[in-house]
Design a protein around this ligand. Structure first.
Ligand code: ZN
Length: 322
């Protein structure tokens, strides 16, 4: 190698190194903040305060009233949002009420997503920067007393509409990431379509259409897939169980050859076991209303889609599907 070649090799090494050093020193290669989607489903108050290290990558602060809306917002918002829930992990939302402090925290959110059909009545009154009523325009079922059935999310087709409402809310709250939210919503809606198709196909060849759920959360789901819901309790999963209801259900189960009684993850399974013990080959399985998850489930990052898969598997057992 002559002197000229040595000089050229030296330049070839020095120039790229200099460029890398300059780029790095102005921070273009510095690591991005951890996305809120990577398993950090925290619900405590500390998570709602944005870490100063997250700057200059600002994220929109989204608060959902309870679990399914939180999960939808997380999928649409991806790493551009920090999503938390009002109802704490492991708590049943039907009777839950926020404290003044929790409402104060909510007021600083860029977007608040709530069900708006009765399960989070407290949310109707709260005035925040931007609110999305995730039941707006949905065909709601109404009981004899004029109360809406809030369990829309358990029908994947209605869940798609809720995802669209959340997407629209995110675009309003954070218009610079419009394309990102549109793409995420599209891909999540595609997964909801697959789920809907799978449920239709796998429930198409079953011996039974009647099932005994714990509380009346599955009316939209049953209407969608041609099933008949019977329940131990009505609207409130923490209500009082009537002895005559238990007796009726035991007789009904015996008459129709029902051997699976459904409970919920946030409810004491002994309530369903009482019936299962009285019927031939009786057993208790979970049919989740997906109103919340247990603390250990939250650690695994389980979401709506996985919960619906589990429901489908357990329903197939109870309905004697081929
Ligand atoms: Zn419910």
């Amino acid at each position: 190698m002559n002197k000229k070649e040595i000089a050229l090799v030296a330049i070839a090494i020095v120039i790229p190194l200099t460029v890398i050093w300059v780029v790095y020193s102005v921070g273009l290669l510095s690591p991005k903040p951890t996305s809120s989607e990577n398993g950090s489903q925290s619900n405590n108050s500390s998570s709602i305060i944005q870490s100063p290290s997250a700057s200059p990558y600002t994220t929109a602060k989204v608060v959902a009233s309870f679990f399914p809306l939180y999960d939808f917002a997380k999928h649409v918002g991806g790493n551009k949002v920090d999503v938390t829930t009002m109802v704490p992990v492991g708590v049943e939302p039907h009777d839950w009420e926020p404290t003044t402090q929790q409402i104060q925290r909510l007021l600083s959110a860029d977007l608040f997503v709530y069900n708006g059909a009765g399960i989070d009545k407290w949310a109707d009154k709260v005035e925040t920067k931007l609110k999305v009523n995730a039941s707006e325009g949905l065909p709601l079922l109404t009981d004899n007393h004029g109360n809406h059935d809030p369990h829309t999310w358990l029908d994947p087709v209605l869940a798609k509409r809720q995802v669209e409402l959340i997407r629209n809310g995110l675009i309003k709250a954070d218009p610079q990431n419009t394309d990102y939210y549109i793409q995420n919503a599209q891909s999540y809606i595609a997964q909801l379509d697959s789920l809907d198709a799978k449920i239709k196909s796998e429930l198409s060849n079953c011996t039974k259409t009647d099932f005994i759920a714990f509380h009346s959360a599955f009316s939209y789901f049953s209407n969608r897939y041609g099933l008949h819901q019977h329940t131990i309790l009505g609207e409130d999963p923490e209500g009082e169980i009537q002895p005559q209801t238990l007796e009726q259900l035991i007789n009904f189960a015996k008459q129709y050859g029902i051997h699976v009684i459904y409970s919920e993850e946030l409810i004491d399974p002994r309530n369903a076991q009482v019936i299962a013990d009285e019927i031939p080959n009786g057993k208790v399985l979970v049919l989740s209303p997906i109103e919340g998850v247990k603390a250990d489930e939250q650690q695994t990052g389980i979401g709506y889609l996985e919960k619906m898969q589990q429901n489908l598997e357990n329903l197939k057992q109870g309905l004697d599907c081929k």
